[in-house]
Ligand binder design. Structure first.
Ligand code: ATP
Ligand code: MG
Length: 563
């Protein structure tokens, strides 16, 4: 799949046709237009791969434009994180623009609309305006302020901007058509008053702010965007997008809007509003909680930029909404890590194993980072008389179907080391086993001639005195239901109560090096991946310090993705 030449998606086909026809003199310009009101999520990555991908593929430019028209929800924290995440994904914009760069121009344009009789100040409440919208089959009702004289509209709009009118008391509406079958043409709101929050860039300069529909197309036009790509919910906005530009554009050039299907993934939500709520209410540990579908959350979880982009590549772009199985995302990260993550032993539920006939002080065992791939490096493990093994790998009275350790002559290999046989165990009165005893065969060491002897089972181990304690954070799906957004009621009640499990485990001493303070590159920590044998893929977490190692499970080993 990865090596096959992928066929063009429908937007690439449009671009190629435009190029063939010599449209815009062969110029290709896109933009990625996030509102800085939250952190980027994997849905945004789908848009990013499209917007930046088109520009890369066709020698065009993709600019980053912050769609910052609502100061109530926006913040520089988000502006910074968005830039960091885009770069981490491996994309580079041409310029950074802000919709707020155009506030002056847009305001002048609004004045022009008023003077041309194309806009009016409405004093009705938002509820009244909504009630008068009508339905797609019934025309709306005209506002009593619709035919206000032009000079009065001008005076009132200026008063709105001067801070003389209270927030919510007046709006500027386009005067288009209250009977249009497209509801967006029924005198859409162009400007509203916001005085309660300063803007993160323009401060208190403005008391009126343009609505999305009056800002987006114009911004595209001012910048010279050729292909303005967004998601399907904007299909119904497209005629209005074109209408506003047609009212003032004095050249032949026009930006064109194209739409593709949003990314939705099972067992999660893909809305900044809902994610913000989870963060604010402490229902997750932050925007970068490894359970979150945010770019920073996935990064902390251990997803590489490559794995995320590969996933977007797999799902493709269509014109129908759908839902993607979370299993496919997990499958993609496993494929990514399978061939690169060094293997280490980690024991999650340890019980002590004493090898009674082992005489020496201990010895070094050299094991491949990835079995059978010596070219990918190796690591040293200490082997000695006292080890930890998984409690579940020993059974005192086992039947013939249990192939791991049990007294009675059954041979089991300790991974990369010797063959042993259990001889007995110590138990508490309640039956809990405290120590397992075994003998080893000194002539069975892996990598030596005797090392080829086959056993039915191989078990993992770490050496008791040198192993390190690790806090392992095991994650499960964030929500208990497949599509939380489609359910009635409060989405927070649908959270999976078992989405985080913390386990203290013991890992081999080769992980000691991870305890040095984590290197931070431009504020982004480097990902150090491992496969903890039998437990899954893990990545070191930035909560790690010199005394305490923390690892996140990126994915378990079991792949339940069905093609
Ligand atoms: P949210 O509802 O999460 O706030 P949004 O669409 O309002 O999302 P924006 O910041 O306005 O977020 O989006 C920037 C760009 O990313 C837009 O072009 C938008 O269409 C696209 N985008 C947002 N969510 C998705 C998604 N789930 N799948 C694909 N593209 C998306
Ligand atoms: Mg938005």
């Amino acid at each position: 799949m990865e090596n096959e030449e992928k066929s063009l998606n429908f937007i690439e086909q449009i671009v190629e046709k435009d190029l063939a026809e010599g449209k815009n003199n062969g110029r290709i310009q896109t933009r990625f237009p996030p509102e800085p009101n939250g952190y980027l999520h994997i849905g945004h990555v789908k848009a990013i791969c499209m917007d930046f991908g088109i520009a890369e593929r066709y020698n065009g430019v993709c600019n980053l434009r912050f769609d910052d028209t609502n100061p109530v929800k926006e913040d520089v924290e988000y502006v910074d994180s968005i830039q960091q995440d885009i770069q981490w994904l491996g994309f580079q914009w041409g310029n950074v623009y802000y919709a707020s760069d155009y506030f002056e121009k847009l305001y002048d344009l609004a004045i022009r609309f008023i003077k041309e009789g194309k806009a009016y100040v409405d004093e009705q409440t938002a509820e009244q305006i909504a009630e008068q919208k009508g339905t797609p089959t019934e025309p709306g009702v005209a506002s009593p302020f619709r035919d206000r004289p032009i000079d009065e509209n001008l005076r009132l709009f200026q008063a709105m901007q001067n801070g003389e009118i209270e927030e919510g008391r007046m709006v500027l509406r386009a005067k288009i058509d209250m009977a249009n079958p497209n509801m967006h043409f029924r005198d859409p709101i162009m400007y509203r008053i916001i005085t309660s929050h300063p803007h993160h860039k323009t401060g208190t300069r403005w008391n009126v702010y343009p609505m999305y529909d009056f800002a987006h197309g114009q911004s595209d036009y001012f910048e010279g965007v050729t292909h303005s790509i967004c998601t399907l919910e904007f299909v119904v906005h497209r005629p209005l997008y074109d209408y506003f530009i047609d009212q003032f554009a004095d050249s032949d050039y026009r930006p064109h809007q194209y739409e593709f299907n949003r990314l939705n993934i099972t067992y999660t939500v893909m809305s900044k509003r809902k994610m913000l709520q989870l963060v604010r209410e402490g229902l997750v540990r932050g925007w970068d909680d490894p359970r979150m579908p945010t770019v920073c959350g996935l990064r902390r979880r251990g997803y590489s930029a490559h794995a995320i982009r590969e996933f977007i590549n797999k799902i493709g772009y269509t014109k129908v909404e759908g839902m993607i199985d979370l299993g496919l995302l997990e499958h993609t990260v496993r494929e990514d890590l399978k061939e690169t993550a060094p293997r280490v032993c980690a024991i999650f539920d340890p019980v002590k194993l004493v090898i009674t006939n082992y005489q020496g002080e201990g010895e070094t065992i050299v094991a491949d980072n990835i079995d059978g791939h010596p070219e990918l490096g190796s690591r040293e493990m200490l082997f000695a008389k006292e080890l930890y093994i998984e409690r579940g790998d020993f059974m005192q009275n086992a039947d013939k179907n249990f192939f791991r350790l049990s007294p009675g002559g059954r041979e089991v290999r300790l991974k990369s080391a010797y063959i042993i046989q259990a001889t007995g165990c110590d138990q508490l009165p309640d039956g809990t086993i405290t120590t397992v005893y075994a003998t080893y065969d000194p002539n069975s060491k892996s990598g030596t001639e005797g090392g080829n002897r086959k056993t039915k089972a191989t078990i993992n181990w770490v050496e008791c005195n040198t192993c390190i304690d690790v806090e392992a954070r095991l994650y499960d799906r964030l929500f208990a239901v497949e599509n939380p957004s489609a359910e009635e009621g409060d989405f927070r009640e649908l959270l999976n109560p078992n989405s985080l499990k913390v386990v203290n485990c013991k890992v081999e001493s080769s992980l000691q090096r991870e305890m040095q303070a984590l290197p931070l590159k431009n504020g982004v920590h480097e990902q150090h991946h491992y496969q903890f044998l039998k437990q899954g893929y893990f990545v070191v977490d930035p909560d790690t310090d010199a005394n305490h190692l923390v690892f996140n499970r990126t994915a378990s080993l079991k792949d339940n993705w069905q093609k």
